[in-house]
Design a protein around this ligand. Structure first.
Ligand code: NAD
Length: 486
């Protein structure tokens, strides 16, 4: 057993329906962020493992998996969904330990994984082509076909959710998948493969090769046998993956970072807004691509919003993942250093810290805890208002009027999500249209995850859409057929 916390051997790769050691037999340490101590070992997948996984996927796609009718594929996904629900508590425990997130957040992620599989299982036989009114004597129509072998490179912050939306949709369309989870958090990806096996997914339809980004990840994105890449992660690595894919002329979906704003106008229902303003900043210790790391507030209510957010910050309870409080540690020593660096910058710039949650003295000394910090009255051009921090730090920025709010909201390199809080219906519509991002939420934020809602970014937040029905189009290619019969 390579990880005492798991009921299975975590140091293996899953290729062609077999569990085995990585080529060369190497492993990588897996760390527990709550303690800053080793949690276990995972396989250090190599280019040879990726190569074998791609071949196994091709064999499955050309064979038993590709041969299944759409409704039968849907049934396999439905079975996987049911098994995820059955194992939700155990999956949540593994995700909490591995990522450091409070148990209730990890449980919500397990339920989201089940919901993605349910949604995409149900959608598998409902993706249709069109007939096209073409020239007389012809019948023309379109078909949606799987790409073939799809690569899925996943980050550590929401492994279950991202596997659900990416692998779930790709399988529903009949693709065979090679999944490369993040080296920092792999346990639920491996547990997911076991669930797929139990559900009767044919061998090779899903392969999981843990390993380092620059080894297994780079080998996967450069592999000539891949037909589509879905990458979720940082802008810098996304650019590398896209460059690698370009060499093979392969389509890529890039789900990258964000610096998402919530815009609070003076006429907003502040009682309704307050929980969303804070939760969207501190959830998963701020390590969320769509974290609302910028809170833009109309000057008339600036004092009230800052005071009420600060009150909530002071009440936040920070603790180990399994203590199941409000905020856990960040993922790694490196991430701790990055976030601490930004907090040092806040102090060095003389910015006003409106509130800092307490770090109780009982926290494990080695754990990677950061005090959730609310910074008031930040200049929109300041680095903490421009750069993705990926920690529990929110910047409040004042604005005067709608035009300035829009300028500030659109004034970063990112464009993932935005929230608007106002009772003015015309303003809601104007801003929904003018905000440059992939999702806009009015008088809510995130819509509880919204498996049905297409998601993705513009600018440095990436391109392509996952979630909802849109993902099924992304994981398929369109074929046009014209038959001359007269
Ligand atoms: P990362 O880019 O460092 O790693 C993401 C994945 O890429 C990991 O599996 C990693 O092993 C792999 N990788 C690393 N180097 C590689 C290479 N050279 N070639 C191929 N693969 C490689 O990102 P991270 O730090 O793990 O995740 C945080 C980032 O992810 C943040 O920027 C966050 O905003 C973003 N993110 C975006 C979304 C979204 O849906 N838009 C969701 C979650 C996270």
């Amino acid at each position: 057993m390579s990880c005492a916390a798991a009921a299975f051997d975590t140091s293996l790769v899953f290729v062609g329906g077999h569990w085995r050691r990585a080529a060369g037999g190497g492993t990588l340490p897996l760390m527990d962020p709550s303690e800053g101590a080793p949690l276990g070992e995972i396989a250090r997948g190599q280019a040879a493992d990726i190569d074998e996984a791609v071949r196994a996927a091709r064999t499955a796609q050309d064979g038993p998996w590709g041969a299944l009718a759409a409704a039968e594929r849907g049934r396999v996904l439905a079975k996987m969904s049911a098994l995820v629900l059955e194992e939700a508590d155990e999956l949540a425990r593994l995700e909490a330990l591995d990522v450091g997130k409070p148990l209730k957040q990890a449980r919500a992620d397990a339920l989201a994984l089940a919901r993605y599989l349910e949604f995409y299982g149900g959608a598998a036989d409902k993706v249709m082509g069109r007939t096209i009114p073409f020239a007389n004597g012809y019948t023309a129509f379109t078909l949606r076909e799987p790409h073939g072998v799809t690569a899925h490179i996943v980050p550590w912050n929401y492994p279950m959710q991202i596997i659900g939306r990416s692998v779930g949709a790709a399988l529903a369309m009949g693709n065979a998948c090679v999944l490369k989870p993040a080296e920092e958090a792999c346990l639920t990806a491996l547990a997911f493969a076991r669930i797929a096996e139990r559900a009767g997914l044919p061998p090779g339809a899903l392969n999981v090769v843990p390993g380092l980004g620059e080894e297994a990840g780079a080998a996967l994105s450069a592999h000539a046998g891949i037909d589509h890449i879905s990458f979720t992660g940082s802008v810098a690595v996304g650019a590398l993956v896209q460059a690698a894919a370009a060499k093979n002329a392969v389509p890529v979906t890039l789900e990258l970072g964000g610096k998402s704003p919530q815009l609070v106008f003076a006429d907003a229902d502040l009682d309704a807004a307050l929980p969303f303003l804070v939760n969207a900043g501190i959830q998963n210790a701020g390590q969320t691509c769509s974290a609302a790391s910028r809170i833009l507030v109309e000057r008339a209510v600036l004092g009230e919003v800052v005071a009420r957010m600060a009150e909530r910050y002071r009440a936040l309870r920070v603790g180990r993942a399994l203590d199941d409080l409000d905020v856990g540690p960040v993922i790694s020593q490196r991430q701790h250093e990055i976030v601490s660096g930004y907090l040092g910058l806040v102090d060095a710039s003389g910015l006003e810290v409106a509130a800092r949650a307490a770090l109780p003295p009982t926290l494990p000394r080695g754990g990677w805890y950061v005090a959730p910090t609310l910074v008031a009255d930040v200049n929109p051009g300041h680095r903490i208002a421009q750069e993705e921090i990926f920690g529990p730090v929110q910047a409040v920025i004042a604005f005067d009027g709608e035009a300035e709010a829009l300028d500030i909201a659109n004034g970063t390199p990112y464009g993932l999500v935005a929230g608007v809080w106002t009772r003015d219906g015309a303003r809601q519509l104007r801003l929904a249209r003018k905000l440059r991002c992939g999702q806009v939420f009015v008088n809510n934020y995130g819509a509880g995850g919204g498996v049905e809602l297409p998601f993705g970014g513009v600018k440095h937040s990436g391109h392509g859409r996952e979630k909802g029905f849109e993902a099924l189009y992304g994981f398929s290619s369109l074929k046009t057929i014209a038959i001359k019969h007269d």
